[in-house]
Design a protein around this ligand. Sequence first.
Ligand SMILES: [Zn+2]
Length: 415
Amino acid sequence: MAYDAMTLADVVMERAEILGAISEEPQLLVRRFATPTLRQAMDTVAGWMSDAGMNVRRDNIGNLIGRYEGVLGATKTLLLGSHLDTVRDAGKYDGPLGVLVAVACVERLQQAGRRLPYAIEVAAFADEEGLRYHTAYLGSNVVAGRFDPAYLTLVDDDGITLIEALRSYGGDPSALAADARDSADLLGYCEVHIEQGPVLEALDLPVGIVSGIAGQSRFTVTWRGMAGHAGTVPMRLRRDALCAAAEFITLVEQVAREHAGLVATVGQIAVQPGASNVIPGQVTLSLDVRHLDDGLREQTIGQLHAQALSIGERRQIDVTWGVVQEHGSLLCARELVALLGRAVQAQGYPIHELPSGAGHDAVVMAELGPVAMLFVRCKDGVSHHPAESVAVADVAVAIDVLQEFLELLGRADGR
Ligand SMILES: [Zn+2]
């Protein structure tokens, strides 16, 4: 069998290597939105899509979409896909794996001369990471009809506006709204992605089914005390903003550990004036809180906010709590999750559901219809790093699971 899962997985790994070499910088992997480099990666994938029997088109934001028709008279469409843009100094699998596994499944259908009761479209999204314009999901937002025209005025680090970048990439900014996908014929969206965490590896499982994508809240908390001479101001008279912030940071960790699945992170801190012989007068820190249960996330934030104020009061520090971003969690569609579960079991593996702490295009695609995601184990849970690694045997399992999912969906629906 030329098209068994292992052979296809080998092809996926080779293609991931090829895409991994298409970079804006020679020593590391980076593919930003609307760059000639992303175009080169898209063109390469377009060739593979054509070889797999798909009709390929590009929309005006730069997404690549390959379509494999269903049986004659099929009226429904299933969307598969992931993204081809990367972070800076990225790994080879975050994004491309989902596109390549989907193309491999279509390739196998074509090889077998099979048509399903529905059409398949594989989307390679142009911007998920948000590296260039610091706003994620530009690609899927267009497909979901949620692109905000205000984004067109965003400026990248080189002073190039998004509208200019789109034009030089060959897109028509005035036609973006028309690229929105009609949801009427959609069966849903299913994305394969590396886990980006260590859970599947710890359980010794090749794949897991995403139960939902965690809601996320991001804040900036500012602590204002009083700067002073490190040698002359006695300890009892100090209003040290950094000591107050430090107390809060350890509290964040403690509170997050009290609830299963809750993650909270202080990842940035700025101290002013920031000198070794000056008492810190002002501290600004970031706070990131995520959980699949929106109620628990909101309750935790309320608790942390109250405790920040109480630390400030006790230490005579002014505390300002600023919201940067808040969005609710997304639960994957149970009917698709159930089909993925049957597909996993059919390959002889137990079902393990896990939440995604990272955001994905699926969050946006949920605006159009039901979504599901399959996670593939990655080495040491590492992602957004050149050490990102997946095993070819696990990719083979992902291909078999997705294929089985397609077959089960054809039997369940799609006429
Ligand atoms: Zn990704």
